[in-house]
Write a protein that binds this ligand. Structure first.
Ligand SMILES: [Zn+2]
Length: 382
């Protein structure tokens, strides 16, 4: 087995997402974690390539050895520890990211990765994942206890799906996901205050509203490691983006209970004037649509001279047909939906619905003029 492990990514034909393989129960054995599954994958790579000595470079999360008792065979733990200590297996804080980095570094050699992960949270950083069909292999159970490898088609995620993945990754980082994968709403829907008097990390007036970090099940201050005090409900918010010819030129947050005009130059609202290409600026009304957030639902209303079209996102991000918005009537504006003010000028609702959106930034942005730099800046959570 060890002759398959060169201990260097650039000498390997395949990277293996080791934690993902070791934890995959469908590959054989009832244990939560089993190194045998990795051996089966290496055998499958040997058959696939016709080379029983095929060189493989496994990357494991630090957490793989963390709960050693999940391995039914204590020998697995000893072997894995030895492989890590001798550099045959690389350990990484974030194995997903490390595998993608190594794939980028070895792209000339077309090094492939064995995984069952579609890396939804990484598509912004590694855009080449989008639509890829030839660099990822998925291990599946084969006949009589073997493993087969099949191409993993990565598919193309829509902007709304990518935003949703970003959101989940941000929650995961703060340990704000339940084991079901749902966010801990009792924590994320509240404001929090640090008992350290000078601490402003969680002060909603500070301009950046961080989510608490969970320490031992208690919402805690990232900086002072102290338990935070509940500071009341956090208003729900939605994020809007101005897309000009397919490029995001501005991001805006809309708060619960608010009503906001969007157009070329509305009296009090989202001003698109500086973003609009000259050929279409005249087709966008001074106030074109009104977006309002009521009881957690976002609505959009056409108030323009020339009309507005909208299409809604269906399941799996598939877009419905364009339809004219009936003038003066509120329509639900869901995540992924697109509102077209003029050809090439879209208002979209991002998948992000969580409170990391900077309420205060919105409030303090007196003119509410979009700034392209602010649009490209990471949020407080990133
Ligand atoms: Zn603090």
């Amino acid at each position: 087995m060890e002759h398959n492990l060169p201990g260097a990514a650039d000498q390997a034909a395949f990277l293996v997402d080791l934690s993902n393989v070791v934890r995959e129960r469908s590959l054989g054995g009832p244990a939560a974690r089993s190194l045998h599954r990795f051996r089966l994958v290496v055998e499958a790579l040997g058959r696939l390539t016709g080379d029983p000595d095929v060189p493989v470079y496994p990357v494991a999360d630090k957490s793989l050895l963390g709960e050693a008792r999940e391995f039914a065979d204590p020998g697995d733990v000893r072997t894995l520890r030895r492989w890590i200590n001798s550099g045959l297996v690389e350990q990484a804080g974030d194995a997903d990211q490390r595998i993608l980095e190594l794939m980028e570094l070895t792209s000339a050699a077309h090094t492939r990765a064995v995984t069952n992960d579609r890396f939804g949270a990484y598509r912004r950083v590694f855009p080449w994942i989008q639509g890829n069909t030839d660099r990822f292999l998925k291990p599946v159970a084969g006949p009589s206890g073997t493993v087969r490898l099949i191409p993993l088609h990565m598919g193309t995620r829509t902007e709304a799906e990518i935003s949703r993945s970003d959101e989940l990754a941000a929650f995961k980082k703060q340990e704000l996901l339940k084991s079901s994968g749902q966010p801990l709403t009792r924590v994320v829907n509240r404001f929090w205050r640090c008992p350290e008097p000078r601490c402003t990390v969680y002060d909603p007036r500070g301009g950046r509203v961080l989510l608490p970090r969970m320490l031992g099940g208690v919402p805690s201050c990232e900086v002072h490691r102290l338990a935070l005090a509940d500071a009341g409900p956090r208003p729900a918010m939605a994020q809007l983006k101005a897309m000009i010819h397919g490029v995001c030129k501005g991001r805006y947050t809309v708060e619960e209970g608010s009503q906001t005009g969007v157009g070329r130059n509305p009296v009090n609202g989202i001003v698109l004037y500086s973003l609009l290409p000259s050929d279409v600026a005249g087709r966008v009304s001074r106030e074109h649509v009104v977006v309002s957030a009521q009881s957690g639902i976002l609505l959009v209303r056409d108030v323009s001279r020339c009309g507005t079209r909208m299409r809604t996102a269906g399941r799996r991000g598939r877009m419905g047909p364009w339809k004219d918005l009936p003038p003066g009537q509120d329509r639900p504006f869901g995540p992924g939906d697109e509102v077209e003010l003029a050809p090439g000028v879209l208002l979209t609702r991002s998948g992000r619905r969580f409170p990391a959106e900077l309420a205060a930034a919105w409030r303090t942005e007196g003119t509410r003029r979009p700034t392209p730099t602010a649009a490209s800046q990471p949020t407080a959570l990133d």
